[in-house]
Design a protein around this ligand. Structure first.
Ligand SMILES: Cc1cc2nc3c(=O)[nH]c(=O)nc-3n(C[C@H](O)[C@H](O)[C@H](O)COP(=O)(O)OP(=O)(O)OC[C@H]3O[C@@H](n4cnc5c(N)ncnc54)[C@H](O)[C@@H]3O)c2cc1C
Length: 457
């Protein structure tokens, strides 16, 4: 038996956000016995909860049950960097959009719409989650990084010069930057748990500590009972790979974060970092950072080594070398914060599909649906999934249901140990390339050898 108090500690230790979450993390009651409903959703992260939220809004009489293995927000939804970012979770090439400028523009606008939509629900439902749409600034600190930025910007867009960048933030050695206005900062645990409360208020039933053991069309079997439902939606992102049938659907790649002690406002003022602005860079193993409501720096990056036998495991959530790389990044990019004490270190698995692009699927005959594969973009993209899944389940054709990620088919990753070797090689080579580019100011050309395993631009 789990002892309740140590479980709460286990939940709080999952991230800064869960640690500081002001409400209770006591689990809601689990499934007890068999149950009939209209729609069963597996997973109480953003994907499952946005789907439940919009379905209940559009079909108030539907009996909706969400089954969660731990507690709402236990997964990356309660642990992430809090970037609510516009843009697609995937690449135009993967979606076959290169030669379809009209659909590309509509897809971009659908993806961007999630940022304002999340803001609107936050306001409507009174979710206190520090949502602040102040934009995101991507900085380049070497010539190869600047070149990558130039290659990524669209027609009519331009980079900011070092002096223009200084008006946003002071980072030593900055070469250029790019500002995206469609981005908001959020405390993800407060958002996901506030969303769970909003779902419950509307009549959705959330059953926690109720892991789905077997899922078939029309039924979800848990240890304590079976749920029968006309529609079953899987919303378990990276954890999907723990089911044998889907083990190669994603590469579960860990992203890790650190957070500092609260920094005085005067120091933030000296750095010039205004509240809400999100900052990232263009290293291959890039960082993403936010200044939190409590005045901490929360910064994350990839690079945690993939374990062959335990690709998803609590031990993968902390890593000494990623932690010290993040600490070095803080010292280099924000020297005034170099001495700040690091109080939290945590992480979680991203679901990376073989083409690094998300998909949403629904089979109306079997009544089964699934969504995910956001590769680190899921805070906004999951909202799009929730709205899209609602239209699919209710049988409505809409602008969302014709988007290229709906029904997007992705091949599996290579069988082990190839997936393991590929992911280890990707991380090692990207780390080396970053080091080379920082030292020499020249592009590490050999990165293109990794292209078959990375997102096609
Ligand atoms: C460190 C880190 C930083 C990130 N930063 C950002 C960011 O700044 N911006 C961004 O857009 N994205 C970011 N991401 C990615 C983002 O967090 C995810 O894409 C998103 O949270 C996925 O939401 P989800 O609901 O699909 O999955 P999850 O949050 O993983 O939720 C799935 C839920 O399913 C539950 N579950 C699993 N198996 C079962 C089962 N058998 N039965 C019942 N329940 C089950 C899990 O416990 C979990 O609660 C980050 C991720 C990490 C790890």
């Amino acid at each position: 038996m789990n002892d309740g108090a140590s479980d709460i500690g286990r939940y709080r230790s999952r991230s800064l956000w869960l640690d500081e979450y002001p409400g209770s993390l006591d689990p809601r009651p689990p499934l007890q016995g068999d149950l009939d409903c209209d729609i069963a959703i597996i997973g109480a992260g953003f994907t499952g909860l946005w789907t439940a939220y919009y379905l209940k809004r559009e079909a108030p009489d539907a009996r909706i049950v969400v089954l969660e293995k731990e507690i709402a927000g236990f997964g990356p939804s309660g642990r992430n960097g809090g970037w609510v970012q516009g843009g697609m979770a995937g690449t135009p090439s993967a979606y076959g959009l290169r030669n379809d400028p009209d659909l590309l523009a509509r897809a971009n606008s659908a993806a961007d719409s999630s940022v304002d939509e999340i803001g609107a629900v936050v306001e409507l439902e009174g979710i206190d989650c520090d949502f602040l749409e102040a934009g995101a600034l991507a900085i380049a600190t070497s010539e190869p990084q600047r070149q990558r930025q130039l290659a990524e910007i669209g027609p009519g867009q331009s980079l900011l010069s070092p002096s223009e960048t200084e008006e946003w933030i002071k980072v030593p050695g900055v070469r250029s930057s790019f500002f995206s206005p469609t981005a908001a900062r959020v405390d993800p645990a407060r958002l996901v748990r506030g969303l769970a409360d909003a779902c419950e208020r509307s009549g959705v039933s959330i059953l926690e500590r109720s892991a789905a053991i077997e899922v078939t069309p029309g039924t979800v079997r848990c240890a304590s009972g079976t749920v029968k439902a006309e529609t079953v939606i899987r919303a378990t992102e990276a954890f999907t790979t723990q089911t044998k049938a889907y083990s190669r659907q994603f590469l579960p790649l860990y992203s890790l974060m650190i957070a500092t002690e609260p920094i005085p406002d005067s120091t933030w003022g000296e750095i010039g970092w205004k509240d809400g602005l999100l900052i990232s860079d263009h290293h291959h193993l890039f960082f993403y950072a936010q200044r939190t409501r409590g005045g901490r720096l929360a910064i994350g990056g990839r690079g945690s080594p993939y374990r062959l036998r335990t690709p998803i495991d609590d031990r993968n959530e902390r890593n000494a070398s990623v932690r010290s790389r993040l600490e070095e990044t803080v010292a280099r990019a924000f020297p005034l914060l170099a001495e700040a004490e690091v109080t939290h270190h945590w992480g979680g698995p991203l679901a990376v599909p073989r083409d690094w692009s998300m998909s949403i699927g629904f089979d109306p005959v079997a009544g089964t649906g699934w969504a995910g594969g956001y590769t680190g973009h899921g805070v906004a993209a999951s909202n799009l999934s929730g709205r899209t899944m609602t239209d699919l389940v209710l049988g409505r054709e809409s602008e969302l249901t014709v988007m290229p990620w709906v029904g997007h088919k992705v091949r599996n990753w290579e069988p082990e140990p190839l997936r393991f070797l590929a992911s280890r090689a990707i991380i090692a080579m990207l780390e080396r390339a970053d080091h080379y580019e920082d030292q020499n100011g020249r592009k590490a050309g050999y990165v293109r050898l990794l292209q078959p395993f990375l997102a096609e631009k």
